[in-house]
Design a protein around this ligand. Structure first.
Ligand SMILES: Nc1ncnc2c1ncn2[C@@H]1O[C@H](COP(=O)(O)OP(=O)(O)O)[C@@H](O)[C@H]1O
Ligand SMILES: [Mg+2]
Length: 232
């Protein structure tokens, strides 16, 4: 379960303190997909950065646990740098709007890279699993190509495979299909949601699209710094 407990975050804009997230509380069951919508500037990316331990809230706590990870008393919001690095390497996966693929190495090498880095830390590399993941996401046939030889939708499917290759328990996706046309956006989003569901990976998906949001098991809105649940 992912538990967000009374998180607040503000930024200093000139001399004015901008309150982005205000006492935000929410919890999400493991293995569930949740979409987050909200106006531009409502703090969706800020929230994902906090969940990814890329930034820290001004106040509040965040916990993540599921059947494979012992319920940790450790609060993500107060991780040390080493704990945050380990958490980002092993527990979570991130997909951004920009694919951030490395252009000089093959699709396959891009996908295997984070899992290989984890393998150096003693986590076994599951080649069969990653190959299956690539097949599920329809990118196995592009394995030896360079990223720029693929369409936008295909590149994002590669980025999704890369984000899932180390078997993260939580996948954070920030408008992953924002660059794609609506047909590809829905196609790639449903692949993302189905793949997470198949592996019991908790998914938090920020999207502008109502159609994409409708594919997730729970839909929430970010409004005035708080999450408003709409369904699920
Ligand atoms: N590092 C930062 N420093 C100052 N202001 C920031 C920073 N990150 C985000 N903001 C501000 O916080 C607000 C919310 O941003 P963001 O979380 O990116 O919104 P969204 O993803 O919902 O569009 C915006 O007004 C943005 O300018
Ligand atoms: Mg954003």
């Amino acid at each position: 379960m992912l538990t967000i407990d009374a998180i607040s975050k503000s930024y200093l804009d000139g001399t004015v303190q901008q309150h982005i997230l205000s006492q935000l509380s929410f919890s999400i069951e493991s293995g569930v997909s949740v979409s987050i919508r909200g106006a531009s500037g409502s703090g969706k990316s800020t929230l994902l950065h906090l969940l990814a331990a890329l930034d820290t809230p001004d106040e509040g706590r965040i916990w993540f646990s599921d059947s494979t990870i012992q319920a940790s008393k450790l609060d993500i919001a107060s991780f040390s740098e080493a704990q945050a690095n380990a958490y980002r390497m092993s527990t979570i996966g991130i997909v951004f709007q920009k694919y951030n693929l490395i252009d000089v190495i093959s699709v396959k090498e891009n996908i295997f890279l984070p899992a290989k880095l984890n393998a150096q830390k003693g986590v076994p590399l599951d080649t069969d699993y990653i190959t299956k993941l690539m097949a599920d996401l329809g990118v196995l046939k592009h394995a030896d190509k360079l990223p720029h030889q693929l369409s936008g939708g295909e590149q994002q499917r590669v980025a999704i495979a890369r984000a899932l290759a180390h078997k993260p328990r939580l996948l954070l996706a920030d408008e992953p299909t924002g660059n794609l046309d609506s047909v590809n956006s829905e196609l790639v989003s449903s692949l993302l949601i189905d793949t997470c569901s198949k592996h019991n990976t908790t998914l938090i998906l920020v999207t502008h699209s109502e159609k994409v949001a409708a594919l997730t098991s729970q839909q929430v809105f970010l409004e005035q710094g708080r999450l408003v649940s709409t369904s699920g």
